[in-house]
Design a protein around this ligand. Sequence first.
Ligand code: FAD
Length: 447
Amino acid sequence: MSAPRRYTIAGAGLAGSLLALFLARRGLDVIVLERRSDPRRAGYVGGRSINLALAERGMHALRLAGLEQAVLTQAVMMRGRMVHVADGRVELQRYGRDDSEVIWSVNRGRLNMTLLDAAERAGATIAFGQRLGTVDFANQRVELNDEASGETREIAVETLIGCDGAGSALREALAKEIDLGQRFEPLGHGYKELEIPPARGVALERNALHIWPRTNYMCIALPNADGSFTVTLFLPNEGDPSFTRVVTADDAKRLFARDFADAVPLMPTLAEDFTANPVGMLGTLRLERWHLDRRAVLVGDAAHAIVPFHGQGMNCAFEDCVELDTLIAAGGMLEDVYAEFEARRKPNAEAIADMALENYVEMRDRVDDADFLLRRALERRLAERHPDRFVPRYAMVTFRRVPYAVAKARGVIQAEILAALTRGIARVEDVDLAEADALVRDALTPL
Ligand code: FAD
């Protein structure tokens, strides 16, 4: 069977619009069905995470799309974590060696609109206000619901790519056809977005991701280009404090006065924001299958929604787009292309899902802990002594494009080395460096 000419993508969010751009640029006929109205005309309706951390994997994809500079001009550099300790101390923990190893805070809406413009320029057609409904895989037809008129119509499709996010309608349709081996693991914690306006944001270091770690919960704040910060409060769903107990604006004011006191003067609309904004749920979606022969494949959050604590969901979704585009361009039977895409990406999606969960514990509980700081200091020292072998896991995930599964596996070995070398030791100066060098050379091949 010849390769399809027309690719129908469900969802013009971050992954859908980037993939549309890549495929249209190859001369393929691309139509994207997007449930929402065109954000460039109707205004962006986000619903979650106003800003996002963009790292090397995402940046690489944008570079390939010719959009790196356009996005960088909208972005704010974040050099490290600014940790707000409970006793009032504030300290910057750099992410990397220097300003070549940083992450970027980008506005979700602006990034999405930049991608939509570029996808259309490349020749993709984006049909807004069109929600994918049921799918008839046997006859290759889909039902579309027009969000404005409420009318329903059917269109023919050659192949479907599901970039329709964590609540994917295409995934739901596929699950009726085949066993996807779907598991959703709720985190048991939710989040709520709050704001520090530009006039108050001047009091905070702009080029950092701020964290208020409080053992079982935390607040973070990411800078925006206008000088404001978007604050995200993460709390368990049950217990004290939790979103079951911190419900009213007064509850929120009490929690902040007790646990995030230095943020309170910066948040004049805390009570209003807390009342107006919903609690978002978090969890990990794992699937055993991502595709149905040549008829459909899932990409991005539709295939592997993860918790946001490594700031990698979008970065991973962009990496998916690069991989799928490369495989489609290489040619061959589409069922083989989709199978290969799934085989290459699934182990990596599983690895970043696990690392993102681990990072939640690190961010809320470990970043101000003496043992953690000792290991971090030793990690930096070993990275300087063995730059080709010992690359901190955070750096492999964030500043390199080492497959996530490799980063996870090497991270386990590195953690064992750090644990062995710091056992019974309080200062990094006391570590036996000859022993450290031998351990590193023995256990880690050059990367
Ligand atoms: P989405 O961005 O969700 O896009 C899906 C699109 O499909 C939307 O436009 C939607 O309207 C459309 N759609 C849905 N259903 C239908 C339908 N039936 N028919 C047609 N269209 C449909 N990632 C990072 O890399 N860095 C971060 O710092 C980061 N922070 C985050 C913070 C929070 C609180 C959360 C919740 C997530 C965060 N993420 C982050 C993850 C990131 O948001 C997602 O991984 C990313 O948005 C996935 O892109 P996507 O295109 O797959 O899905």
